[in-house]
Design a protein around this ligand. Structure first.
Ligand code: FAD
Length: 339
């Protein structure tokens, strides 16, 4: 089952030169169980790898890397205007969204073109253009390494937050997500709270937008702003958008009237990390083999021969300067592995 010294260079979206000591692609639960038995017997650390688009992988990954390749998209229940759809963790997220569009099932259009696999999507509760996975999530099936059994987890049990869930925080490493269920509607209700999306969709003509219009708009906007990882290595947003107290928001707004942010929940405001980094002068900055993307300051890129050390140096310089200018501590979004 194990492939030794497996090359992961084209399996991480930064395109860093990475090797795994032992690698296996898993399509069946019994193979997963024997892989986990080997891992326990050899006392290997384990990385579950999806599309590698939210990871910063160091040069050598000791122990085991497994990729969950459970495929398939099934409609489990189809009421008048509500359907429950189950999808394998190994399916590509964007292909899944395209498939839903063809089936006439709606709710996730705003999350088109996010790279990666379905199994990783709940880990950080992926979100974009005013929608997040949790909005349409029903439940998931995961292998629980603690009880050594398959379990079903509900929306509440996953404890989703902004780019967060139990899989990223309290229970990191415990669950291996096998498939995910979404509740979707056959009635399309556009979610246009995000201004750039609304301007793009509504600017064209006065007809109400279709699901296809929104899907296409999201793909067009993303393609114009974000680098394609196969061309320029990156992991999307490198920092999370910081959430600050109302008082701090208005103090900053007084000092910087163009500050970009919006009300989040009671007494809290979410700021655009990209704006803060841009204002601190980093857009387009080059540091050895890595840099800050020139069209979007929130995205750090591998310019070809960059290293994880250079990326760490650059992110520390950005962190320090944003802290000094705005008094805000940025949090890194992708996971560094090994930590
Ligand atoms: C250009 C670009 C744009 C992006 N835009 C967005 C965006 O708009 N919104 C957003 O939220 N994210 C965005 N991302 C980040 C990324 O695409 C998402 O986080 C995505 O869900 C990661 O999927 P993946 O399969 O690549 O996960 P990986 O990077 O392989 O893994 C991410 C984490 O999930 C864990 N994991 C993976 N599979 C499983 C599993 N089956 N069971 C348990 N744990 C698992 C891994 O161990 C790791 O901790 C972007 C990234 C890029 C490169």
């Amino acid at each position: 089952m194990w492939e030794k010294e497996f090359n992961l260079t084209d399996r991480n979206s930064f395109g860093f030169n990475v090797k795994a000591e032992n690698y296996a692609a898993i399509t069946q639960i019994d193979t997963l169980e024997s892989a986990l038995a080997d891992i326990a017997e050899n006392n290997w650390p384990l990385l579950v790898l999806g599309g590698g688009s939210n990871l910063v992988l160091r040069q050598y990954i000791p122990g085991a890397v497994i990729s969950i390749a459970n495929m398939g998209i099934k409609v489990l229940a189809d009421d008048e205007d509500l359907a429950i759809v189950e999808v394998g963790a190994g399916e590509n997220w964007h292909h899944f969204i395209g498939h839903l569009l063809e089936m006439g099932l709606h709710g996730l259009e705003n999350l088109a073109l996010i790279p990666g696999n379905v199994g990783a999507a709940p880990v950080q509760n992926i979100g974009a253009y005013g929608v997040e996975l949790a909005d349409c999530f029903h439940s998931l099936t995961a292998y629980d390494r603690q009880t050594q059994s398959l379990v079903q987890l509900s929306l509440d049990e996953c404890d989703f937050g902004y780019r967060d869930s139990i899989f990223k925080s309290a229970e990191q490493g415990r669950y291996i997500i096998w498939n995910v269920r979404f509740k979707l509607s056959s009635v399309f209700v556009p979610r246009l709270g995000y201004k750039a999306l609304a301007d793009y969709v509504l600017g064209k003509d006065n007809a109400p937008p279709t699901a296809h219009d929104v899907y296409k708009a999201v793909c067009d906007i993303r393609s114009s702003k974000l680098p394609v990882p196969t061309e320029i290595g990156n992991a999307g947003s490198f920092f999370e958008n910081p959430v600050v107290a109302e008082k701090q928001y208005f103090e900053l707004k007084d000092k910087y009237p163009n500050l970009v942010g919006h009300k989040d929940s009671a007494g809290l405001y979410k700021l655009a990390a990209g704006w803060l980094i841009d204002q601190a002068g980093w857009k387009g900055y080059v540091h050895a083999g890595v840099g800050v993307y020139d069209k979007q300051a929130l995205v750090l890129v591998n310019r070809g021969k960059g290293t994880v050390d250079e990326l760490t140096e650059l992110s520390e310089m950005i962190f320090d300067s944003v802290k000094q200018k705005f008094g805000i501590s940025l949090c890194i979004e992708p996971r560094f592995y090994p930590a």
